[in-house]
Design a protein around this ligand. Structure first.
Ligand code: GLC
Ligand code: CA
Length: 560
């Protein structure tokens, strides 16, 4: 297998609005990040992925960009950003920037021009269509509720927005638009950044006819994703981007790709095809949703998780590369989701980290994950900020007749603001995030859960993550070894064996809050030599044929 620095790296995602506020206006900012770089270096991470810091009216917290080459005032200045890059590099870390080019803000110059007239030179930078029988051009639904089309009175035509109406989709069929994006990307790379995380990048090629989506239940709007996910020209566009931009730099690229399957992911990430290095797939993040979408709650069946992870581990082995994540700014906190944030918060957070960090792929840690931050339950809908939550609530409760308690419960379990409460630095007011009024409320558990106490406590989740990161640096088998699932039918443990050049790594995790009996399958030949890590510090036995696992216990053995 081809070796590469980005395969051996651990990435840390910063959501700047919620990370650290340096000037007391309640909003995290670039100088706040600079203050905390030593903390990140101490954790041992290699790469920082910074969610958008570009100029934006903040309809979707910066994922609606009005100028790709300016820094948002809330976050600081371009000089601050340049200092950030220097400070990251001087600590021997790297920086990858978020690239949001499926859509821009409706306040971007391109769009304010585009909407002026049908013959404006920028008209074709976006996707405009006349209405059909006095209605929207098709029946597609926006990810953030309602129609994916907005009627613009100036020219009496509709524009497409898969996300909010302030996020019009860019028209990648237009070669001039593509060239502008490539120039912008080169401009950032020439400033010295180390790569891009590409927002919903498999949405950029749409089936040109934009057909109605099948609608067997006669709903008002339905998902049109089959016509814009992994669309007809997607590989051509990515290969062009590679040729025009990426090929010239030693950088890291990861494409966010909802709806991607293993077969497509091998195409996107096979290096010989000159597209991307890895993708964020969503299969394991959709396992606790019933049909009908993320708000329809369903408990996770561990066998589904095993099946999915195993398919990706074996499917991309040797032909592509996996990204590994359980958290990001769009997902609820994993310790609340797949662990137990009440009775076994520390144990289950460490177990989930073990499970993820011993897999093949590049691991991503989302801010706060390393101290076991949890989901939040705000009493009133008014305390939520996320456009996805607010639009959904309006559609279901205010305009519809769904039970508000039931909808609030789904927000508590799945809402994106779970990930966006301020980072909990210490037990001071507002968790040390700000001296002012935070833009979103702090999770009330910050007195118990915060970075200061985690760094002081050698048994904390934070130190456990540090160890996992160090193990990855020390043992090639963790990065490059192949993968074999054990006990596919068990609903209690998730265990697997990695192998590289005669060495073996045995990973055992208990996903339940019960004691369970674990046995090494008879057909598995494994002689333990060393216990590398475990989340119950008192247990150093090398016995692996039969083990009594305690609640959420995890252990990793190196052997032959
Ligand atoms: C991606 C981002 C998400 C954003 C959406 C639209 O999924 O991660 O935060 O709302 O794209 O840009
Ligand atoms: Ca600030």
């Amino acid at each position: 297998m081809q070796k590469a620095w980005w395969k051996e790296s651990v990435v840390y995602q910063i959501y700047p609005r919620s990370f650290r506020d340096s000037n007391g206006d309640g909003i995290g900012d670039i100088n706040g990040i600079i203050e905390k770089l030593d903390y990140l270096k101490g954790l041992g991470i290699d790469v920082i992925w910074l969610s958008p810091v570009y100029q934006s009216p903040n309809d979707d917290n910066g994922y609606d960009i009005s100028d790709y080459q300016q820094i948002m005032n809330d976050f600081g200045t371009m000089e601050d950003w340049e200092k950030l890059l220097d400070e990251i590099h001087s600590r021997d870390m790297k920086l990858i920037m978020d690239l949001v080019v499926n859509h821009s803000s409706d306040e971007h110059y391109w769009f304010t021009e585009s909407r002026k007239s049908k013959d404006n030179p920028y008209r074709d930078y976006y996707i405009w269509r006349p209405g059909k029988d006095g209605k929207e051009p098709n029946n597609w639904e926006s990810t953030f509720s309602g129609s994916a089309w907005e009627l613009d009175p100036v020219t009496d035509e509709y524009y497409l927005h898969i996300f909010s109406k302030k996020q019009p989709d860019l028209n990648w069929e237009n070669p001039k638009l593509r060239q502008e994006i490539y120039d912008m990307m080169k401009w950032w790379l020439d400033k010295g950044i180390d790569g891009f995380r590409m927002d919903v990048i498999n949405f950029i090629s749409k089936v040109p006819e934009l057909p109605d989506a099948p609608n067997p239940n006669g709903e008002k709007y339905v998902s049109g994703s089959r016509y814009f996910m992994n669309g007809p020209r997607i590989h051509e566009f990515l290969q062009e981007m590679h040729r025009e931009v990426l090929a010239g730099y030693d950088i890291m690229t990861v494409g966010e790709m909802p709806g991607v399957n293993v077969e497509e992911a091998t195409l996107y990430t096979n290096l010989e095809r000159n597209e991307l290095q890895m993708v964020f797939q969503f299969e394991h993040m959709d396992l606790d949703s019933a049909p009908g979408g993320k708000w329809n709650l369903k408990p996770l069946d561990l066998r589904d998780l095993k099946q999915s992870i195993t398919k990706w581990q074996t499917g991309l082995h040797g032909v592509g590369w996996n990204s590994l994540y359980l958290n990001n700014h769009d997902q609820p906190r994993v310790v609340s989701r797949f662990g137990d944030d009440q009775h076994y918060r520390v144990e289950s957070a460490k177990m989930l980290a073990t499970f993820l960090h011993m897999l093949q792929g590049t691991p991503y840690i989302y801010q706060g994950e390393e101290i076991g931050m949890t989901n939040v339950r705000f009493e009133s809908i008014d305390e939520y900020k996320d456009i996805e939550i607010l639009n959904m609530y309006k559609e279901k409760v205010i305009d519809g007749n769904e039970n508000p308690e039931k909808v609030m419960e789904s927000i508590y379990v799945k809402g994106r603001d779970n990930a966006r409460t301020p980072f909990q630095w210490n037990s001071n007011e507002n968790a040390g995030f700000t001296t002012g009024e935070p833009w979103i409320k702090v999770n009330p558990n910050y007195k118990e859960i915060n970075a200061e106490s985690a760094v002081k406590d050698p048994n904390s989740i934070y130190h456990y993550y540090r160890e996992l990161i160090q193990l990855r640096k020390k043992h090639e088998i963790i990065v490059y070894g192949d993968y074999q699932l054990l006990h596919p039918e068990s609903q209690q443990d998730f265990s697997y064996l990695r192998t590289l050049n005669g060495k073996k790594l045995l990973v055992i995790t208990n996903f339940t809050d019960k004691e369970i009996e674990w046995t090494l399958p008879e057909n598995i030949d494994f002689t333990p030599k060393e216990k590398l890590i475990g989340n119950y510090p008192d247990n150093n036995s090398l016995e692996v044929t039969s083990i009594n696992l305690r609640p959420y216990e995890a252990m990793v053995f190196l052997g032959e």
